[in-house]
Design a protein around this ligand. Structure first.
Ligand SMILES: C[S@@+](CC[C@H](N)C(=O)[O-])C[C@H]1O[C@@H](n2cnc3c(N)ncnc32)[C@H](O)[C@@H]1O
Length: 516
């Protein structure tokens, strides 16, 4: 049996006076209601881990080192009742008056409770829907529940968001508005758009609470909310779980899970400016039609050659696994449900479900593109990969293609001064050989710009160690040649190719000015 469709609870939080928002901000600042203080005190890495801590409410003040912070954590993060006398003793009348005026707390007999979940994340304080009642009993999410910004996928999305300046940006599927708020630090005008009135209301509230005056909130189905407008950046963390019925708007992406993502990409050419970039975290499919990257090119239509496409994959799951996960999730543990899902995916030609970061950059010159072959890549996403890594990859591939086209690539690489990559690790494995231990495998690894691992020959390890002393690649080459470190027939062009591979995979780094 499917869970019955739930009615939405009344929308909490009031878009009140600026003075009340100001007083609440001051209260949070005074209490140090911030990620660093709270995670350090509770011994967690980030707010996502909050669900893992089991701390007695009575011990909170001692753990947090402040009764005021304990009241805020108890009411807003743990979402529990807090006795009236404790609140009134700890929070001054004016601040409490503002919390009440904005409907951030409500009185209930001899206690107060918060009608929303409220937490510090990415340097903001964000409200979203609660998932427990104030007495700790579970609260099933309504179809239009506002998605928590303290979810691992959202933090991945936040890491991806560009930190460079631009005139305008759009956060599609904004939920709490977190993407738009992060963008608003660097972008002049940001639109936060969502299909539900509930999310639009929370996004408005969060923009006011964080005093982000350059954030405009719009409600509508994807780009309908911003018809006729174009943007330098478009970011999205859409719903992507396959669902047949009773959709949860924040989670479900149609029969294959791809329906929202597909429309984001299909309509992108009408809304992304030349030189603009789409950043998106989603799951989708590799299918009989081709890998996700090739399918996205088809979705883009005729102008797909104007777009460079990078899909940085975090994980890949076979369709059988997705089918059985969906069957379990619906609590239909009978094997037939799983087989039905599998059959559905099979009929649609879907082979494996892939999850990661999708980044599409539009060429500076619209129309025919800029005459070069567009980039299409699938690296591996690492926990350190951020928006700047994609920007670097686009620059690097453009520089490389331009120099290749004019036959100047080897020369330019030999003239560059690479240094060791900040995340370079060399892993050497020894194994028994002829009665003693000998090197059997050497791997170079890096987490920047993407996750990479490359097996190399022992002589190459020596060579890698020669970089990082400010020498040009040519000087490293000449010294190694003089020391007879190369195998026979390994020339300067081969060395340049090796340097290119090591730069691309993050084992070596070059100054940004090299890639101009
Ligand atoms: C996974 S949540 C992400 C929320 C937020 N961006 C985040 O990362 O925390 C997906 C959001 O997409 C919204 N949504 C679903 N379908 C949509 C559509 N067709 N147009 C606009 N928003 C949509 C949902 O209401 C929900 O807020």
């Amino acid at each position: 049996m499917e869970t019955p469709q739930l009615a939405s609870p009344p929308v909490p939080l009031l878009l009140g006076q600026a003075a009340d928002f100001g007083r609440v901000r001051a209260l949070f600042e005074k209490a140090q209601f911030d990620e660093k203080t709270i995670s350090r005190a509770l011994g967690i890495a980030d707010m996502v881990e909050l669900g893992k801590v089991r701390i007695e409410e009575a011990d909170l003040a001692a753990a947090l080192g402040s009764p005021m912070l304990a009241v805020l954590v108890r009411a807003f993060l743990l979402n529990r009742f807090v006795p009236r006398d404790v609140v009134e003793r700890t929070i001054n009348d004016a601040a409490l008056g503002s919390l009440l005026a904005l409907d951030l707390v409500r009185p209930d007999q001899d206690a107060y409770y918060a009608p929303a979940l409220l937490y510090p994340v990415a340097g903001f304080v964000i409200a979203s829907d609660r998932h427990e009642n104030p007495d700790g009993s579970p609260l099933a999410p309504s179809p239009d529940a506002v998605f928590p910004a303290i979810f691992a996928g959202t933090l991945r999305f936040v890491r991806l968001i560009p930190r460079s300046s631009a005139e305008s940006a759009l956060d599609l599927c904004t939920g709490s508005g977190i993407g738009a708020l992060v963008l608003s630090r660097h972008v002049e005008r940001v639109v936060a758009a969502d299909i539900t009135a509930r999310s639009a209301h929370f996004a408005r509230f969060n923009a006011l609470l964080n005093d982000r005056r350059n954030v405009e909130v719009a409600q509508g189905d994807l780009y309908d909310a911003v018809a006729g407008r174009t943007f330098d950046y478009i970011v999205a963390h859409p719903p992507y779980v396959p669902a047949l019925d009773e959709p949860r708007i924040f989670r479900d992406g149609g029969e294959t899970g791809e329906s929202v993502l597909r429309r984001i990409i299909q309509e992108l050419p009408r809304h992304l400016r030349p030189g603009g970039v789409l950043y998106c975290v989603s799951a989708a499919w590799d299918s009989a039609e081709g890998p996700l990257e090739a399918r996205m090119r088809r979705w883009l239509g005729e102008c797909n050659r104007e777009f460079d496409v990078i899909f940085a994959e975090q994980k890949e799951l076979p369709r059988e696994q997705i089918a059985s996960w969906l069957a379990d999730k619906a609590r239909r543990t009978d094997p037939a449900a799983s087989a039905q899902w599998e059959q559905r995916f099979k009929e649609a030609g879907l082979e494996s479900n892939v999850y990661g970061a999708i980044v599409l950059r539009r060429a500076d010159a619209p129309g025919a593109g800029d005459g070069r072959t567009p980039v299409t890549l699938r690296p591996k996403l690492s926990p350190r990969t951020d928006g700047a890594c994609f920007a670097w990859a686009f620059r690097w591939h453009r520089w490389r293609a331009e120099h290749e086209a004019t036959g100047r690539l080897a020369q330019a690489l030999l003239d560059s001064r690479p240094r060791l990559g900040s995340q370079l690790r060399a892993r050497v494995i020894y194994a028994p050989q002829n009665g003693s231990l000998a090197v059997s495998e050497i791997m170079l690894q890096s987490d920047l710009p993407f996750r990479s691992a490359t097996g190399i020959e022992p002589w190459m390890l020596q060579l890698v160690g020669q970089f990082g002393q400010g020498r040009t690649a040519r000087e490293v080459y000449d010294a190694a040649r003089a020391a007879e470190e190369f195998p026979d027939g390994f020339g300067a062009d081969d060395f340049a190719t090796l340097v290119a591979m090591m730069i691309e995979r993050g084992y070596l780094e070059v100054e940004d000015s090299t890639l101009l």
